[in-house]
Design a protein around this ligand. Structure first.
Ligand code: NAP
Length: 251
């Protein structure tokens, strides 16, 4: 049974893992046995401590995923350090809030570039490496707005709905080549990304009232799904976007 969920001997790359969901997933993968490289623009000090405390190798790569510039370097540095790359978690992402009627082109481009364009090209670069190795696991961090419209977040909804589609097309192309491409759709998670929602008492109360689990998600709630999608347990799972949302979509 444990073999199904063990990541012993595996190496993972997680983007944006200095905080929030990426940090929790990087730590969960390490606790399941993986060595972990994290790539992002902020110092991942706490993440490093937790991964090393789990007895795993850790690598930090400086990268700004606002453009495709660092993509190949990030893959090369990971492979140079660990010798291979088995698991990619596309977590780094941003959100911009404004009424659609006045939403700016800059806020459209920034979100689409980070959440969708760079994710595609990083995944392409990683998949070229995975194909040489005979396979791997790609996990995209999607959103409830891969399923729903949301409000005041047009580029975010477009990017995360696009990401669910990308998850499917890449699964179609690569499933027979040993690469599993899947996504996780977190619910409402207490991170920097949702600070503005929690600061608005009315919005916070209406969100909480709709969550069957009766609480916001902690970032650590995403760890189990990530380990599952990274491990042998999910070898026949392709192209899904798995909600981990306290029951929100069932409502
Ligand atoms: P977060 O705490 O704001 O973390 C976002 C991460 O992405 C940070 O590490 C951030 O780095 C990194 N990042 C953003 N832009 C980057 C760039 N240009 N280059 C490199 N790294 C960049 O938010 P989070 O909630 O954990 O979000 C993680 C993912 O989950 C995102 O894709 C988000 O859309 C998704 N998500 C979140 C929720 C939620 O309720 N919180 C729900 C559904 C989906 P810095 O710290 O340097 O900014």
């Amino acid at each position: 049974m444990t073999k199904l969920f063990s990541l012993e001997g595996k190496t993972a790359l997680v983007t944006g893992a200095n905080t929030g969901i990426g940090q929790a997933i990087a730590i969960a993968l390490a606790e399941a046995g993986a060595d972990v490289a994290v790539a992002g623009r902020s110092e991942p000090t706490e993440t490093q401590k937790a991964i090393e405390a789990a007895g795993r190798k850790f690598l930090s790569i400086k990268a700004d995923f606002g453009s495709t510039e660092p993509v190949q370097r990030v893959v090369d540095e990971t492979v140079a350090a660990f010798g291979k790359l088995d698991i990619l978690v596309n977590n780094a992402g941003i959100i911009r809030r404004a009424d659609s009627i006045e939403f700016s082109e800059a806020d459209w481009d920034a979100v689409m570039d980070t959440n969708l364009k760079v994710v595609f090209f990083l995944t392409q670069a990683v998949a070229r490496q995975m194909l040489k190795q005979g396979g791997g696991k790609v996990i995209n961090i999607a959103s409830l707005l891969s399923y729903q419209g949301g409000i005041r977040v047009p580029s975010y909804t477009a990017s995360k709905s696009g990401l669910a589609g990308l998850t499917k097309i890449l699964a179609n192309e690569w499933a027979a080549k040993g690469i599993n491409v899947n996504a996780i759709a977190p619910g409402y998670v207490e991170t920097n990304n949702t600070e503005a929602l929690r600061a608005d008492a009315e919005r916070n109360a209406s969100i909480l009232a709709r969550i069957p689990a009766g609480r916001w998600s902690q970032a650590s709630d995403l760890g189990g799904a990530a380990v599952f999608l990274a491990a042998a347990a999910s070898d026949y799972v392709h192209g899904v976007t798995l909600p981990v949302d306290g029951g929100w979509l069932a409502r």
